[in-house]
Design a protein around this ligand. Structure first.
Ligand SMILES: [Zn+2]
Ligand SMILES: [Zn+2]
Length: 338
């Protein structure tokens, strides 16, 4: 067990509001598995962003008594030798805000084809240091001669923390040049191969300077969660176009990722339930048992197979599975800012 303490900067008294059901839609408790977390949530801000950082109130009490191991042995955080784990208490949001997301029907539309050599698994390299990320994908973006490799910025969080950068809003001096200066190369692999580590597809560098990209916004605000790289050797790759427009509420979208145990099906259908300047939320047809894991950075597609978002997070509400993404209007605005 590693030593731990609360962040002294965050001692605000958090109270349960009267009789209202408060939920953390986008978080599950890594110890007891409750999803969503109800009431207070305790989030470790020392570990890289990921699904193993949140505890419900009851499990946090157990953690304080030394009854729960954190980080778990099989997580990237365990290998990082983090001396102190700061857990911040966070209050939930009223469940009534999300009821409307369950009412929107999913249209029956055939899934788009996901070609080979488009969806990839990235390894971020900084000199001798390397960190595996979730997903990334290749796009043909207007104004750029070579394809770009896109992912969510928080997918790089292990490397961000190794380098000691703060890419959140807390750092008012952040310019977007910090990580591009540190990343020597991204190696990317075929995520659909039987053994992805044996299926290298290419390399990308340098990282684009995106001055408005940030990690750590409160979910489901994903409008700033983006990282992009120039692809060095685009020969055998299949970059997809960026869609003209993000689909609206009630329209279908698909997450493209490797499904558990499936070699041939590459998409999971969802319906858009909310779209604003800051977020893009969708509800899946498939349930927990079919959920592909660690899909941050995977592409979200429209019915033509064009990219409408970068997958950023997922959660559960009343047994239904939800996801949120950084949508294409935001992607375009980031890419035109550099
Ligand atoms: Zn728990
Ligand atoms: Zn931690």
């Amino acid at each position: 067990m590693l030593p731990h303490e609360n962040n002294p900067n965050k001692k605000t008294k958090l109270s349960h509001s009267d009789g209202e059901e408060l939920v953390h839609l986008w978080n599950h408790c890594f110890n007891c598995g409750s999803a969503p977390i109800l009431g207070l949530r305790y989030e470790c801000t020392s570990c890289p962003a990921g699904p193993d950082n949140d505890l419900c109130e009851k499990c946090y009490e157990k953690f304080q008594k030394g009854e729960i191991q954190h980080p778990r042995e099989d997580t990237p955080a365990a290998a990082m030798d983090i001396k102190t784990h700061h857990f911040n208490p966070v209050q939930g949001k009223p469940a009534r805000l999300y009821e409307k997301w369950l009412q929107i029907p999913l249209p029956a539309v055939p899934a788009p084809q996901v070609p080979d050599h488009f969806v990839v698994r990235p390894i971020f390299c900084s000199g001798p240091d390397a960190a595996i990320g979730g997903y990334a994908f290749l796009v043909a973006a207007a104004g750029h001669h070579s394809p770009l490799l896109l992912t969510a910025l928080h997918v790089m969080d292990e490397m961000i923390k190794k380098k000691g950068f703060d890419c959140t809003d807390n750092n008012k001096n952040y310019t977007g040049r910090e990580m591009p200066g540190a990343i020597s190369e991204v190696q990317f692999y075929d995520v659909f191969a039987a053994n992805w580590m044996m299926a290298p597809l290419g390399t990308a560098a340098p990282m684009l300077v995106l001055p408005n990209a940030r990690r750590g916004d409160e979910e489901p605000c994903s409008h700033r969660d983006i990282a992009a790289f120039f692809v060095k050797n685009p020969g055998a790759l299949n970059p997809a176009p960026l869609a003209q427009k993000t689909p609206g509420v009630g329209e279908p979208v698909w997450l493209a990722a490797k499904l558990p145990g499936e070699a041939t099906i590459r998409t999971q259908a969802a319906v858009v339930v909310e779209k604003t300047g800051r977020t893009f939320v969708f509800r899946f047809e498939a349930m927990e048992s079919e959920r592909p894991k660690y899909t941050s950075g995977a592409p979200v597609l429209d019915k033509k197979g064009e990219v409408v978002g970068i997958n950023v997070g997922g959660g559960f509400f009343r047994g239904q599975r939800l996801g949120h993404a950084n949508h294409v209007e935001n992607i375009r605005s980031h890419l035109s800012s550099c």
